[in-house]
Design a protein around this ligand. Structure first.
Ligand code: FAD
Ligand code: NAD
Length: 462
C-alpha cells in the first residue's frame, strides 16, 4: 500500500486488527492535490495540504507498519515486493524485501512527456510538493533576472513569458493562479514588469478542459481572454530547449506552421504515464499484455490475471478518469470488501466450531439449541457475503480558473448542472475545505487564504 488518495482512503476505512498491514511509500505524508496549484504562487503554503502518515496511522486500532521506501519491483511468483530507501540518510540496510499474501497497488502515475525531447531537462511538472516549490522559485527567479541591470528587451520578454503546456485541469488551474499572482502581487512589488509579464497556455486539442461541458469550456476561454492569458489551442509542442519550445499548428490554409516560442518558465501538464514498477508488473502477467494506460482490473478491482492483488487509483484502469474522486471511492470500497472478507472468515470459523459442538451435544434439546445458533450464523454469513462490485458515483468536476472564478459540472439527480463564476468559486472553496484530510488542514488552508488576501502572497525566493 502507498500513501496517495486511493491507499489512504482504504487505510482510513480498513479494520486493521484483522490484517497485518504494511504501508510502503517514499512520501511519508498524504497530499491534498486539488489545492496544489495554489501552492505554486503562495496562495496556500504546501504544509497546509500535507498530512503526515504517522499522525494518521497512530489512530488506527491495530499497529500498521510504515516503511519510507520506494517499491522497486513486485515479484508476483515469489509474492515479494522489493523496497529501497532512497532518502538522503541511509542505514546499514537500505534495500530489502517485504513478502505479501495480499497486495494493493496504489502507486499513482508519473508525468507524461511522450518522449518529447527536452521536456524532462527543461520543463517543470506539477504533481508533488517539490514541483510546486520549484515552480514558485522559478517564477521569482525569472522576475528578478528580468529586472537585472542592462538586461536586453528581448531577454526581458523571454524571461517574463510563462508557458503552460497542457490545457487539462492542471494546466488551466495553474495558469489561473499564476495570472492572479501577477495581478494582485507581482504588479505591485515589481511595477517594471507589468507590461511584459505574459502567461500562455498551449493545448494540442481544439479546446481546453475537454472533460467539462461546452458552455464551461467557452466560459473558461472567455475568462482567460479577459485575464489576458493567451490560449493557443490546436498547437502541439514537439521539442523543448532551455530557452524556447517548438510548437506545430495548422495555418488557415491548412499548412503546418512550426514556430519557436521563447519562455522563461515552462510548466508541463500533459497528463499521466505509467510508473516503471507498474510497467514491470504488467510484463510479468500474461493477462496484462494489452494494458497500456495502467493495470487492467475487474469490477472487484482485482488485477486481471492475478490472485490476491488489487489496484486502485491512477495506476489502475477501470474505465474511469484518473481522479482523486475515483481513487478515494475505490480505496473506500476495497476497505469495505476486506472488512467483509475478515468477517466471513470469522463466521466460517465459528460455524465449524458449532458443527463440532452440535455433533457432541448430549440429547435432542441441546442439539436443537446449537442448530438454531447455526441457522442465525448462516443468515449473517449470507448478509456479509453480499458485497456487490465496485461502482463509481460521479459527483461532478470542479476547477478554479483564476480571478476568483471557478467552473463546476455537478451531477444532480440523473442530470448535470453546469455553472461558472464567483458563486461557483465560493462553492469550490467550501467543497475543498470540507474535503481536506483533517481539521488541522482545514484551519491552515483558511488561515493561508486570509493571510494572502490581507498581506498579499510572499514573493521571496528560497
Ligand atoms: P497518488 O495520490 O499520486 O499517490 C501515489 C502514492 O504512491 C504516493 O504516496 C507516492 O509517493 C507513492 N508511490 C509512487 N511510486 C511508488 C513506488 N515505486 N513505491 C511506493 N510508493 C510509491 N483529482 C480530482 O478528483 N480533483 C481535483 O481537483 C484534482 N486536482 C489535481 C491537481 C493536481 C495538481 C494534480 C497533479 C492532480 C489532481 N487530481 C485531482 C488528480 C488526483 O490527484 C489523482 O487522480 C490522485 O492523486 C490519484 O490517487 P492515487 O492514490 O492513484 O495516486
Ligand atoms: P489531462 O490529461 O487532463 O490533460 C492534458 C492535456 O495536455 C490534454 O488536453 C492534451 O491534449 C494536452 N497535451 C498533451 N500533449 C501535448 C503537447 N505535446 N502539446 C500540447 N498539448 C498537449 O492532464 P492533467 O490536467 O494533468 O490531469 C490529469 C488527471 O488529473 C485528469 O484525470 C484530471 O481530470 C485530473 N485532475 C483533475 C483536476 C480537477 O478536477 N480540478 C485538477 C487537476 C487534475
Amino acid at each position: 500500500m502507498r500513501t496517495g488518495w486511493g491507499s489512504v482512503s482504504l487505510l482510513k476505512k480498513l479494520d486493521t486488527e484483522n490484517y497485518n498491514v504494511v504501508v510502503v511509500s517514499p512520501r511519508n505524508y498524504f497530499l491534498f492535490t486539488p489545492l496544489l496549484p495554489s501552492c505554486t504562487v503562495g496562495t496556500i503554503e504546501h504544509r497546509s495540504i500535507m498530512e503526515p502518515i504517522r499522525n494518521f496511522l497512530r489512530h488506527k486500532k491495530a499497529a500498521v507498519k510504515y516503511y519510507e521506501a520506494e517499491a522497486t519491483k513486485i515479484d508476483y511468483e515469489k509474492r515479494v515486493v522489493y523496497i529501497n530507501d532512497d532518502s538522503e540518510i541511509k542505514g546499514d540496510v537500505s534495500a530489502t524485501e517485504v513478502p505479501f499474501d495480499m497486495l494493493v497497488i496504489g502507486v499513482g502515475a508519473e508525468n507524461a512527456t511522450f518522449g518529447i525531447p527536452g521536456v524532462k531537462e527543461h520543463g517543470l511538472f506539477l504533481k508533488e510538493v517539490g514541483d510546486a516549490q520549484r515552480i514558485r522559485n522559478r517564477i521569482m527567479d525569472c522576475c528578478e533576472t528580468a529586472t537585472f541591470k542592462d538586461q536586453s528587451p528581448d531577454e526581458i520578454k523571454r524571461l517574463l513569458h510563462m508557458v503552460v503546456v497542457g490545457g487539462g485541469p492542471t494546466g488551466v488551474e495553474f495558469a489561473g493562479e499564476l495570472q492572479d499572482f501577477f495581478n494582485s502581487d507581482l504588479k505591485k512589488w515589481l511595477p517594471e514588469i507589468k507590461d511584459t509579464f505574459k502567461v500562455t497556455l498551449v493545448e494540442a486539442l481544439p479546446n481546453v478542459l475537454p472533460m467539462f461541458s461546452k458552455q464551461l469550456i467557452d466560459y473558461t476561454e472567455k475568462t482567460f481572454k479577459e485575464e489576458t492569458i493567451t490560449i493557443r489551442t490546436k498547437t502541439m509542442v514537439k521539442k523543448v530547449t532551455d530557452k524556447f519550445i517548438e510548437a506545430e499548428s495548422t495555418g488557415p490554409d491548412g499548412k503546418k506552421i512550426v514556430e519557436q516560442i521563447p519562455y522563461g518558465l515552462l510548466v508541463w501538464a500533459t497528463g499521466n504515464a505509467l510508473r516503471p514498477i507498474v510497467k514491470d508488473f504488467i510484463n510479468q502477467i500474461p493477462a496484462q499484455k494489452d494494458s497500456r494506460r495502467g493495470l487492467a482490473v475487474n469490477e472487484y478491482l482485482v488485477v486481471k490475471g492475478c490472485e490476491n492483488v488489487w489496484a486502485v487509483g491512477d495506476c489502475a484502469v477501470a474505465n474511469y478518469a484518473p481522479t482523486a474522486q475515483v481513487a478515494s471511492q475505490e480505496g473506500a470500497w476495497l476497505a469495505r470488501m476486506f472488512n467483509q472478507m475478515a468477517k466471513t472468515h470469522e463466521i466460517e470459523a465459528e460455524l465449524a466450531e458449532l458443527s463440532v459442538k452440535q455433533e457432541k451435544a448430549p440429547g435432542k434439546d441441546a442439539r436443537d439449541a446449537v442448530f438454531a445458533d447455526i441457522k442465525d450464523l448462516q443468515k449473517r454469513l449470507r448478509r456479509v457475503k453480499q458485497i456487490g462490485p465496485f461502482e463509481y458515483t460521479h459527483q461532478g468536476s470542479l476547477a478554479y480558473i483564476g480571478s476568483e472564478k471557478a467552473v463546476a459540472d455537478i451531477a444532480w439527480l440523473s442530470g448535470n448542472i453546469a455553472s461558472g463564476g464567483t458563486l461557483t468559486y465560493l462553492f469550490w472553496r467550501s467543497a475543498y475545505i470540507s474535503m481536506c484530510f483533517s481539521t488541522r488542514n482545514r484551519i491552515l488552508v483558511c488561515v493561508d487564504w486570509f493571510k494572502s488576501k490581507i498581506f498579499g502572497r510572499d514573493v521571496s525566493r528560497v
